[in-house]
Design a protein. Structure first.
Length: 318
């Protein structure tokens, strides 16, 4: 379990585990709208959304003229999630505040999504705040929104900051509606209102996870061929699970320790398989950070042993 938590997701994971879409890091500030270009260019800050909005608008105009010449309704790359038109690259070089040739289309798109993540997440949180699973639901919807924005970027018509923000929030609203209409969420609501209820499942689950944790801790101490560094990592992983939010701990134990199938994990978390796979990506990242934080508190010899063990397992670069 410890090594699975520390393993970074592959660039192209197995199709059975679903696509890996890294969640952009939200901006440190919490503006009501994306910042102005002049503010973002100071102190080496990344380009502002204003420049990127112009970049996408110019790309759309260029792609539209190309499409008109060829008789196609859609620009090259539309719907693929990777705007690859030459117009996008030219706009990146020509936009204000961008170094010539310094920002490629992929970096521009990533920067735009990063800056839109905060407003989108706050927008969704405000609409689901009364739900028991509000945090997880908001994160799921925000992540799906970013995916749809990335796919729609080549045909984006926005030319100003308010238009970019309106495009993003409208997309988030549609994702939220689609989520509530999905059969998985209707089934989850029926299960939650059943005779056992959420409290009964939670009580049974707590006892099950506690027993699993105890058995793993005991086996790590009893089995002679368990490396001390692995036993130490396992202890830190169990401590990190204990300190995590209930949803994160349940997700990690269900998938990593109990070895449940994705359908079973989705049922335990009252959501769809697609959503639970994305939650698992976020849970892995959170647990990885927490385990490494705890590793940093160890003595020098223990830290060296842990790093050497991970290096031998191919989980840590040399």
């Amino acid at each position: 379990m410890a090594t699975l938590l520390l393993r970074r997701p592959p660039a192209r994971p197995d199709a059975a585990d679903g696509p890996h879409v890294p969640l952009p890091v939200p901006p440190t500030a919490s503006p009501a709208a994306p910042p102005a270009a002049g503010d973002a260019s100071r102190a080496g800050a990344p380009p502002a959304v204003r420049s990127l909005a112009a970049l996408l608008a110019d790309a759309h105009r260029g792609a539209r003229s190309t499409a008109g010449a060829t008789g196609s309704r859609h620009p090259a790359g539309a719907g693929t999630g990777s705007p690859g038109s030459e117009a996008l690259g030219a706009a990146a070089r020509a936009s204000g505040g961008l170094d010539p040739g310094g920002l490629d289309p992929e970096a521009a798109l990533e920067e735009l999504l990063t800056r839109l993540h905060g407003p989108v997440l706050r927008f969704v949180r405000d609409r689901v705040r009364r739900r028991r699973d509000a945090e997880d639901l908001a994160a799921d919807v925000a992540q799906e929104t970013l995916i749809r924005l990335a796919r729609g970027a080549p045909t984006c018509r926005a030319q100003t900051d308010p238009q970019v923000l309106a495009w993003a929030l409208t997309t988030a609203q549609h994702v939220l509606i689609d989520t509530w209409r999905s059969p998985e969420w209707r089934l989850a609501g029926a299960r939650a209102s059943g005779p056992a209820g959420a409290s009964g499942r939670a009580a049974a689950g707590d006892a099950e996870w506690a027993a699993l944790a105890q058995s793993y801790e005991e086996s790590a101490g009893r089995v002679p061929d368990v490396e001390p560094a692995y036993a130490l990592l396992l202890r830190l992983a169990v401590e990190a699970c204990d300190a995590a939010r209930d949803g994160v701990a349940t997700l990690c134990w269900t998938r990593l320790v109990a070895g449940a199938e994705w359908a079973q994990v989705a049922a335990a978390c009252n959501t769809s398989e697609t959503a639970v796979k994305r939650r698992f990506q976020r849970a892995q990242a959170a647990m990885r950070r927490e385990v490494w934080r705890r590793v940093a508190t160890l003595g020098p010899s223990d830290q060296a042993a842990v790093r050497a063990y991970l290096f031998r397992r191919g989980l840590l670069p040399g």
